[in-house]
Design a protein. Structure first.
Length: 381
């Protein structure tokens, strides 16, 4: 058993840290307030090889794993969760293309992502279908050689900025099994009938694009179907088994960044004639934060390693994601507490981190959904 990262992994992590320090820190506040992200920084991130590292080399990626993607995610989120989210979600859904796309689809679309020539997304959630993704009603009807798509999606990452989007659609409404009614269809966003509205007023991750999408008689060639018709639900579950593994690293990075800010503050701030870092209560808080982060990091790395090494276990992935989200919410709460009233103002980055953390218990499967998965597995049901 060897728990250490390889030299290549440590180098990637260090390079991601330097990139985020250099490119995110100075613009993070402005991007949060103005709800925007700079496209030129995205291009630079791609040129330096940080985008979609898990995509196979034959499709233009680095051919690395989800663990390497998690290391980059951790370092980006450590500096700024909003910009971090935007940049690590550029390949969101590529896992599905890699697993189920035809050779032609993979050659056409995947190389655009690591090259920085395209942004993608995966549109699943609908106004009346969130945790219950299988209740989604956006429909795709085959008309000759084309799918005709109608419906709407909500809270979709990259909805307004993506060049193409994977869309979870009902193609077989009469199937007896709910799990055999949906398919995943690739939609280029410049097609007639695609409309997106960026959703403003997000609590956190405001630099990242989250949008509503509307499909009105949108037509795509029937070849845009990903994988087998009617197998969208099982493709979605297999996607979550991979994406949730690395999403946990968002919580690890956020908490690490928050703890570092708290440490800097308590060393500099004096009360009762001494630095607040010298109070044992403060030291206990930092000790608890550091331990929680290290535990979450270990489980996230393990989950990613298992996925990368063909040992995927859905329950371990769910544990790592749920635990990292909960841990991040707890750690950032104490980190802000240590800033006192100053942490309550938005000229302190800890305020931005505090707002960002909550989403980690909501998206990519709420904490309740993760616990349902874990419970079923542990109880053998
Ligand atoms: C910033 C952001 C980005 C997002 N990006 C994307 C994206 O790129 N693509 C996409 O498709 N979606 C995206 N989402 C949507 C996200 O995945 C959903 O918000 C999430 O799945 C929860 O669905 P919901 O909001 O409809 O909540 P609901 O499903 O309505 O849940 C509300 C509450 O009820 C609980 N609940 C629901 N069912 C059960 C149950 N069976 N047992 C116990 N409790 C239950 C939930 O845990 C939750 O606490 C994003 C959301 C946000 C906030």
């Amino acid at each position: 058993m060897d728990f250490s990262l390889s030299k290549e992994m440590r180098d990637i992590k260090q390079a991601a840290r330097e990139f985020a320090e250099g490119e995110f820190r100075d613009i993070a506040h402005e991007c949060d307030v103005e709800e925007k992200f700079p496209r030129k920084v995205f291009k630079k991130a791609a040129e330096l090889g940080f985008v979609g590292v898990f995509i196979d080399e034959e499709y233009g990626g680095a051919g690395l794993g989800f663990l390497e993607h998690a290391l980059i995610t951790e370092e980006f989120w450590r500096v700024d969760p909003g910009l971090g989210q935007q940049f690590v979600s550029i390949p969101f859904g590529a896992e599905v293309l890699m697993l189920y796309g035809t050779e032609e689809q993979k050659r056409k679309y995947l190389p655009l992502i690591p090259a920085g020539d395209a942004i993608m997304g995966f549109a699943i959630t609908e106004p009346d279908a969130g945790s219950d993704a299988g209740a989604g009603t956006t429909s795709a009807v085959l008309d000759g050689d084309e799918w005709v798509i109608n419906g709407s999606k909500v809270m979709i990452g990259n909805g307004s900025s993506a060049d193409f989007m994977l869309v979870f659609c009902v193609t077989d409404p009469d199937s007896e099994k709910k799990s055999r009614r949906h398919s995943v269809i690739l939609v280029e966003t410049d097609r007639k009938g695609y409309e997106a509205d960026q959703m403003h007023g997000k609590m956190g991750l405001r630099a990242s694009d989250t949008s509503s999408i509307y499909f009105t008689d949108l037509r795509v060639p029937k070849e845009n179907l990903i994988g087998e018709r009617g197998r969208g639900f099982s493709q979605l579950m297999n996607f979550f088994d991979r994406s949730r593994a690395w999403v946990g690293s968002q919580g690890v990075g956020l908490a690490q960044g928050a703890m570092e800010m708290a440490i800097e503050h308590v060393k500099g701030r004096e009360q009762f004639g001494r630095p607040i870092a010298s109070f044992q209560v403060t030291q206990f808080k930092i000790a608890e934060m550091a331990t929680k982060i290290e535990l979450a990091r270990t489980l996230v790395y393990r989950a990613c390693w298992m996925v990368d090494n063909g040992k995927l276990e859905t329950a371990i992935v769910a544990m790592s994601k749920w635990n990292a989200g909960r841990m991040a919410v707890e750690v950032v709460d104490e980190a802000l507490q240590l800033h006192g009233g100053y942490g309550y103002f938005n000229d302190q980055p800890i305020e931005r981190f505090y707002r960002a953390a909550k989403v980690l218990e909501i998206y990519e499967g709420t904490k309740e959904v993760e616990k349902i998965i874990i419970g079923r597995s542990v109880l053998g049901r």
